[in-house]
Design a protein around this ligand. Structure first.
Ligand code: GLV
Length: 331
């Protein structure tokens, strides 16, 4: 019997490709070429499944042009590259890669917060440039982490991991805002108190963004929100580009209406707003929050597991539109 055909849209671990080749006829992209939507659509012709990452947009247009497609497995927890509603209408299953990256990503959120508040990269650039000639009482003096108020916007699993690190590792007071409040047990486990978004912005010494991107979270942090923050505050974004208005953030950092920012994600990445690049009080990293080798491998294997399960008649592990499965199995 002919094997189902899948497209792996970006370069991925060779051992994961080898696993997939045991089950599928695979077209892969180990050259890691960034395809246009037209190229992606052309490559998807005749494919039953797709292994995608954060950059491949699966929308109504792609779906209409690829009627054979049955599943897209994203190697990412975020899935704003998928139009899940359109996929459901088209009967295409969407899966993402949650859980396996939670602790690694929370580690990175904390690392970025510490690098930003304690001015680590800025001071290293100074040292490497040969500018360090003497010790000085206020040289790269930043703000404290321990005992400070940690604000978290978006209190899913990664937000909770950051809250636990702050509360139990650094004795921070943790406050959060989320679409829905956590139950009392989870709040106690994270030692986190629910507050309004306005109170979060006005009270946090350090604010970490971990909410999913959607049209409603577009520019959730813009000029008005930045104006509510303390002039000594640190902002960290490990969520998605577009949640922060990068131009407004660059203006706030330049005018020092907030002290510093740590950014792992950007509007229109990999392009970076030029005003951000011109500033010293921002730490910039290239979308690597989940990038420990074991975690990236686990994410790739989870995407592969979803594809394998789907085509061997098993329930996929992490479906986003399980309604598609219900109609598949009832028909
Ligand atoms: C990475 O950004 C992810 O969503 O997993």
């Amino acid at each position: 019997m002919a094997l189902p055909k899948i497209l792996i849209a970006r370069a991925v671990f060779p051992e994961v490709i080898a696993r997939l080749e045991q089950h599928f006829e695979v077209e892969s992209n180990q050259a890691d070429t960034i395809w246009s939507q037209a190229e992606l659509t052309a490559r998807l012709q005749g494919k039953d499944g797709a292994f995608t990452t954060t950059g491949e947009r699966i929308d109504a247009q792609v779906l209409a042009a690829c009627p054979q497609l049955k599943i897209c497995a994203n190697m990412a927890v975020g899935y704003n590259n998928f139009d899940v509603a359109a996929m459901t209408v088209a009967g295409v299953l969407a899966t993402n890669a949650p859980d396996v990256l939670t602790e690694t990503t929370a580690d990175f959120g904390f690392a970025l917060l510490m690098a930003t508040a304690r001015r680590i990269t800025e001071s290293e650039h100074f040292l490497r440039a040969g500018k360090w000639t003497k010790w000085r009482y206020d040289l790269f003096a930043g703000s404290d982490i321990h005992g400070a108020t940690l604000g978290i916007l978006g209190m899913g699993r990664i937000g909770q991991g950051i809250a636990r690190r702050g509360a139990f590792g650094f004795g921070m007071k943790v406050i959060y805002h989320n679409r829905s409040r956590l139950d009392a047990t989870l709040e106690a486990e994270c030692k986190a108190a629910y507050v309004s978004k306005e109170e979060l912005l006005a009270t946090a010494d350090h604010l970490v963004l971990v909410l999913p991107y959607s049209p409603t979270s577009h520019h959730a942090i813009g000029a008005a929100e930045l104006a509510l923050m303390k002039p000594t505050a640190t902002l960290v974004n490990i969520a998605r580009g577009g949640i922060v208005d990068d131009a407004a953030l660059a203006a706030a950092l330049r005018d020092q209406t907030i002290a510093a920012a740590g950014l792992d994600v950007f509007e229109g990445e990999p392009a970076i707003h030029p005003d951000l690049l011109a500033l010293d009080n921002v730490v910039l990293t290239p979308h690597i929050a989940s990038a420990s080798l074991p975690t990236r491998l686990a994410m790739a294997n989870l995407a592969a597991d979803n594809l394998i399960a789907f085509f061997t008649g098993q329930p996929p592990l992490t479906p986003l539109n399980a309604a598609v499965l219900a109609s598949r199995y009832s028909s």
